[in-house]
Design a protein around this ligand. Sequence first.
Ligand code: ZN
Length: 160
Amino acid sequence: MQIAKHRVVSIEYTLTDDEGTVLDTSRGREPLVYLHGVGAMIPGLEAALTDKVAGDALEVRVPPAEAYGERDDGLIQQARRSQLQGVPEVEVGMQFQASGPEGRQIVTVIAVDGDQVTLDANHPLAGVPLNFAVEVVSVRAATAQELQHGHIHGPHGHDH
Ligand code: ZN
């Protein structure tokens, strides 16, 4: 069965940056399972997986525009340490979740100067070309209920 819209796809993957640093991998964990064609997967990788079948292996380089977007300096903001409630010790490199206009986002502390804290709300992988080594583990049709919910169920999905 080929990968197409509304198929449930299971993949093993390793994600590296251009320096070869592993950013994420399914190795040693469960394969990643997702519903194809509904925006659950980053667009560049989803496009490359279309029409593939179980057992296929592929290497895909996804530019930022087809992954987590380009960096936006407008997402860098100043805050006062006192505004960061529940964060006792603010340090450069610290990441936490904040709710923004586009839902929950990861915010990274990029500078601390006295009471002034500089926050970067860019996705940590914004501006980063992504190199995926992917192996297709399985492909199946989604059930009517999965399509209704817009996500997968079953051993590796969520269960009701
Ligand atoms: Zn559901």
